[in-house]
Design a protein around this ligand. Structure first.
Ligand code: NAD
Length: 546
């Protein structure tokens, strides 16, 4: 348990400290001892009473964005109650505090702005980043989520408004894996924005300049990473929602130097591999029998493809054979050898094959068993394409992963309807279950939140100094194993969100074991890894202060 601050604030200062405030749940003894008498309504409520009020008000809010604002306000005044609400009502809360609602919140961040959260490091702070990190009140930071706001979900460049994403992701580290909020630090690396509407928006909260590029950009990130090593030597850095080239570049530059990963590349890869593994149990395939076609060839697609290649290799294929089972269609058509201007990250999947101009022709010719949408192009999985998938697959695996919901390549309902309920479907943002011909079909949500909180917890449990692909592979296997426990009936590829803290704990054990196996751990190995992991998980309950 974390020590309480000494001396403990009293009176109004205590009520205005969201990390300590319990509101109407302060006991009479606490009210007497801590100078609170008279500052609160007289009746003492339990946390359960407070929670009932929160949920009642949450439900009364007319729109999702109103629910988001309401929950942010709760987080700002009583963190323990906020996390209790998220943990106990995770299925309702996740789509609000994270995708899809967080996307809308980011688009309007300056207009919804009430209170600052997280650390803003801007291009103007060059040379002073270590000093800024020193302004953060906590010294023992365990996880940093950092973005430069250039590719927020599928919404593009939102500049400083992108801060909502690190805040939301860290809330999930706490709610889903029990990582204490005090050790979580959201960071906005504000290097400007190229979005004209934002630059012209009088309420825009960020730097009103064009994005920094090239060496000045690289130097700023380098200063940030070096400063973090000095200020917070135990921190895991999660790079989040960077544009494709920077996402790959930063990961390549830092993955062997510091404890870091890129969730859009590696987290997405693990959650998708887990989904295909459990879908394969439904379709009756061995993993190596799959041919995977991606719509989109960016950070997510290449990350997923790379992890599939290593999984295929583990299952016995050589690397060229493994790569030959993976294909990309990007905005110009099938990625093939000899095509002009192919970005470096696509080259290893540019096969010798006739060029095909679009997804429909690629599906017809390549006859994939798995179709993965990571292009941010809503409706790209058209009826003829989805029907075609069902023509040569008894159970086509269709993952429409683009976020938020409005960007999905197809809806759950269409995927099921066009395949007569045969599709094994998952999406990035949630879709409701679908009733078709008397059958209830439950779409999976390939949400990275199944993976990254557990990875962070595993890194903390082992004191790992690096994050490796093997850790993500093991995380995927753990998730797929968990999903297989009792979900096959509904062709569901991910476990229910209600079990997510257990999922995170299992993933953490798998990740920590990888850290020990690879000699990357820095704390002595425990006899019982699950017990260590559980001991690190914070449960949001009130503590007595007297
Ligand atoms: P990215 O910008 O790196 O890649 C997008 C890719 O789509 C690019 O290769 C681009 O060429 C391609 N594209 C654009 N228009 C196209 C078209 N008309 N046809 C075919 N391809 C086209 O972005 P990313 O990080 O790879 O993310 C892509 C999408 O995946 C986003 O919507 C994001 O929200 C989603 N995503 C989902 C999850 C998840 O569900 N777990 C995780 C990560 C990313």
């Amino acid at each position: 348990m974390r020590p309480l601050p000494h001396p403990l604030p009293t009176g109004v200062a205590l009520l205005y400290d969201p990390t300590l405030n319990k509101g109407t749940a302060f006991s009479q003894r606490e009210r007497d001892t801590l100078g609170l008498q008279g500052l609160l309504p007289p009746r003492v409520l339990t946390m359960e009473d407070q929670l009932a009020r929160i949920i009642e008000n949450f439900r009364l809010k007319p729109s999702d964005i109103d629910k988001y604002i309401y929950m942010v306000a709760l987080q700002d005044r009583n963190e323990t109650l906020f996390y209790r609400a998220v943990v106990d009502h995770v299925e309702q809360m996740m789509p609000i505090i994270y995708t899809p609602t967080v996307g809308e919140a980011c688009q309007r961040y300056g207009h919804l702005f009430r209170r600052s959260r997280g650390l803003y490091i801007t291009a103007k702070h060059r040379g002073r980043i270590r000093e800024l990190l020193g302004n953060w009140p906590e010294r023992d930071i365990g996880v940093i989520v950092v973005t430069d706001g250039e590719r927020i979900l599928g919404l593009g460049d939102l500049g400083a408004y992108g801060i909502g994403i690190p805040i939301g992701k860290l809330a999930l580290y706490t709610a889903l894996a029990g990582i204490h909020p005090a050790v979580c630090l959201p960071v906005m690396l504000d290097v400007g924005t190229n979005r004209k509407e934002l630059l012209e928006d009088p309420l825009y909260t960020g730097l009103t300049q064009e994005r920094l590029r090239g060496k000045p950009y690289d130097d700023l990130v380098e200063e940030f990473v070096v400063a973090v090593q000095d200020a917070f030597p135990n921190a895991l850095i999660q790079f989040e929602d960077f544009a494709t080239q920077n996402a790959f570049g930063l990961l390549a530059r830092y993955r062997d130097r510091v404890c870091c990963f890129n969730d859009d590349i590696q987290g997405t890869a693990a959650v998708t591999l887990a989904g295909v593994l459990s879908a394969s149990r439904v379709t009756g395939h061995e993993l190596v029998e799959h041919t995977i076609l991606f719509q989109g060839a960016g950070a997510a697609a290449v990350g997923i493809a790379d992890l599939f290649v290593s999984a295929f290799v583990r299952d016995g294929l050589d690397e060229p054979a493994a790569r030959s089972r993976i294909w990309f269609v990007d905005s110009r058509g099938l990625v093939v050898d000899g095509r002009d201007h192919l970005a470096p990250h696509k080259l290893r999947y540019a096969h010798k094959h006739e060029f095909l101009p679009d997804l429909a022709s690629a599906v017809a010719r390549l006859q994939p068993t798995v179709l993965v949408g990571v292009s941010g192009q809503p409706g790209a999985f058209t009826e003829p394409i989805v029907r075609d998938m069902a023509r040569f697959n008894e159970r086509p695996i269709i993952f429409a992963l683009s976020n938020p919901t409005a960007k999905a390549e197809c809806t759950a309902e269409n995927a099921y309807r066009w395949t007569d309920g045969k599709a094994v479907f998952a999406s990035g943002s949630p879709f409701d279950p679908v009733e078709l011909n008397g059958q209830r079909l439950v779409p999976g949500q390939g949400n990275n939140a199944y993976i990254f909180p557990g990875v962070g917890l595993g890194v903390m449990a082992s004191g790992a100094t690096r994050v490796t692909d093997d850790m993500f592979y093991s995380a995927a296997l753990s998730l797929a194993e968990y999903a297989d426990e009792g979900t096959r009936e509904e062709a569901r590829v991910y476990p229910s969100l209600t079990s997510i803290r257990d999922v995170s704990a299992r993933i953490a054990v798998a990740v920590a074991n990888e850290a020990y196996a690879a000699n990357l751990a820095t704390v002595p190995a425990p006899d019982d890894m699950m017990a260590r992991v559980r001991s690190l998980m914070w449960d949001p309950v009130y503590r007595s202060y007297v």
